[in-house]
Every structure is written in C-alpha cells, then in structure tokens.
Design a protein around this ligand. Structure first.
Ligand SMILES: C[S@@+](CC[C@H](N)C(=O)[O-])C[C@H]1O[C@@H](n2cnc3c(N)ncnc32)[C@H](O)[C@@H]1O
Length: 304
C-alpha cells in the first residue's frame, strides 16, 4: 500500500462514479461466474449480478441479526443535521448499507469505494457517490476527510498482514474525533455437524492459501486497540442461526451461494445435483444441531 501516491482529492456526487486507472474491465470468468482479475488482490469471491443480489440479502440478514440497527457509533444527531458530514463505506459491494443510510440521512454525504462497481447507478440517491479503486493501494482521500468510516464483511479482502495496514489507512482518512465502525462475521460456526465441519475446514484451508485468516475476526478488537490512535473502543457480538427460522434460512442461502461460487473441494468434483444434495445435508445438519454463527461489531473514535 502506497499512501504517498494517493491522489489528494475527494470526489463527491458531481462525479458520482469514478474509476481509477487499471481497475475497470479487469475481470475473468470461471464456471459461469465473473471475478476480479487484479494482481495482488486476494479477494476470492465473484462480482457479478448473482453476488450483488447475495450481498443485498446479506445486508438484511445482518440488519435483522442486529435487530434492525445498521450502525452503533453515536452519530445520530450529526448524521441528521448533515452540515458537511461525510461518511465513507470501504468495500461497499452492493451499496445496500450506503443507500439505506443516505435515504435516512439526506443532509449527510455518503461515498462508497470498491474494486467492483456493484452498486446500482440508476437508483443511487443524490447524496451518494462511488469511486472504483483497489483500497490496498491506499484510500483515495486526503488525511482527516471523513466524520464516519464504515467497513463490513472485508475479512476475505485483506490478508492477515494487510489488516493492521488497512486499519491504519482507515484511521488516516478519518477526522480527529470521527468514528470508525467495522462489522465482520466469524466463519467458524458453533455446533456444526460433520458435513458442515468438512466444508468449513476446506473453506479455512482455501482462505489461508490466499493469506486470509478466518479465525481472526474476534482479534480485530486487539488490532484496533494496539493501533494506539483510537479511543472509546467498543465491541459487540450477535448470534444468528444457519437454517431453522426465517433469518436462518436466508443466512443459509447466502452461505451456500458464497461457497458454491468458488467450488472448493469437495464441491469441485461434484455435479450441480450432487452440490445441491451436499448443501441439503448441511442444511439438515444445521437444523438438527442448531448451528449458529457470530457477527461482530467494533467501533471506536479517532483520538483528537
Ligand atoms: C463480502 S463483500 C462485502 C460488501 C459490503 N461491505 C457488504 O457488507 O455487503 C467484500 C467487498 O470487498 C470488495 N473488495 C475486495 N477487495 C477489495 C480491494 N482490494 N479494494 C476494494 N474493494 C475490495 C469486493 O469487491 C466486495 O464488494
């Protein structure tokens, strides 16, 4: 990550969709799915319409897992008043969080950055902008730009070594006294059956082969604490089931689509019908054993 080369400008809604050189059009297709094809970016999941829709679904799974709350930083008044209030979503994906926030707080300005443009252009509220960029090259904003920086489900986007650097980068572009908020799932499930355990082990192995550590979610707290530039550090955990109830069924659908997309073993040797049967076995195991997953939230204030 080279922060020195970061353009010293900020682009808001007058230029809502901007791509940095070299990012657009760099895709490859595998098993009928579209993936990014950028050197140095380890993120393994697709960026096509199916994935966009999965991310939208996932937004609602998270929202309901938190009982309707989509952020915890104490910023309600500032967001409502607007007055130059700037919010960034790092790795905004489908843009569901950004757009919900933008409609709830029309006086504040919201920017999303992502390597892929999955957020709708047509239905984007006036106070939302988007910049397509590889955040591992640095966030394209000057120091102290945003009042609030949000980032969710980026555990697969950064290697274990990149995580502390990205936290530092997020803090750099946050204003002193501003808040950062991170949300991450823990992909290590509680009370899983043998088939789910088999698949989880493969998922963890696959991720590790790309430098991504699915065991580290609970340790993000320590990364934020040891950074030294944050105060008022909070964390919270909520638990949701995989299968079993309405939320659980949606969470299971999202889980299945995500891991089906990358065809890791043993899915890589299976026909589509066998894949369906395999996931049905997992679904039934999850229901019987009441398998659950943890969703973590961390938020903190940049020291003055
Ligand atoms: C699991 S999705 C999460 C999206 C969104 N934050 C959410 O919670 O729904 C991860 C996102 O990170 C983006 N991403 C991965 N690596 C990236 C990088 N190096 N720079 C910018 N975006 C990246 C992907 O394109 C994808 O949209």
């Amino acid at each position: 990550m080279n922060v020195e080369q970061t353009p010293k400008h900020i682009i808001f809604n007058d230029e809502p969709s901007v791509s940095r050189r070299g990012v657009l059009g760099n895709n490859l297709f595998r098993n009928g799915r579209r993936f990014h094809n950028l050197e140095g970016v380890n993120y393994p999941y697709p960026n096509d319409t199916i994935e966009t829709n999965r991310l939208k679904l996932d937004h609602y799974v998270s929202k309901y897992a938190w009982q309707g709350t989509i952020f915890y930083s104490p910023l309600e008044n500032e967001l409502t008043e607007g007055d130059g209030f700037r919010v960034l979503d790092v790795g905004c994906g489908s843009g569901s969080w950004l757009m919900e926030m933008a409609l709830d707080y029309p006086k504040s300005t919201f920017i999303g950055v992502d390597i892929a443009e999955m957020m709708t252009k047509e239905k984007r509220p006036q106070n939302v902008g988007f910049i397509q960029c590889n955040v591992l090259e640095g966030l394209p904003f000057p120091n102290n730009t945003f009042n609030f920086v949000y980032q969710s489900n980026m555990i697969s986007a950064f290697t274990e070594e990149q995580w502390p650097l990205m936290i530092d980068e997020v803090i750099r572009i946050t204003k002193p006294g501003g808040w950062i908020e991170l949300e991450e799932k823990h992909w290590i499930f509680e009370d899983s059956g043998p088939t789910m355990e088999e698949l989880t082990n493969e998922i963890v192995k696959f991720a590790l082969s790309r430098g991504i550590n699915y065991h580290m979610t609970p340790f993000i707290y320590e990364l934020l604490e040891t950074n030294g530039k944050l105060s008022n550090l909070h964390s919270g955990v909520t638990i949701f089931s995989l299968g079993g109830d309405v939320l659980g069924e949606l969470a299971f659908k999202s889980f299945k689509e995500l891991f089906h997309a990358i065809r890791i073993p043993p899915l890589d040797k299976m026909s589509d019908l066998e894949v369906e049967k395999y996931f049905e076995t997992i679904r039934q195991e999850c229901e019987t054993k009441k398998t659950s997953a943890k969703l973590y939230k961390f938020f903190a204030q940049k020291k003055l």
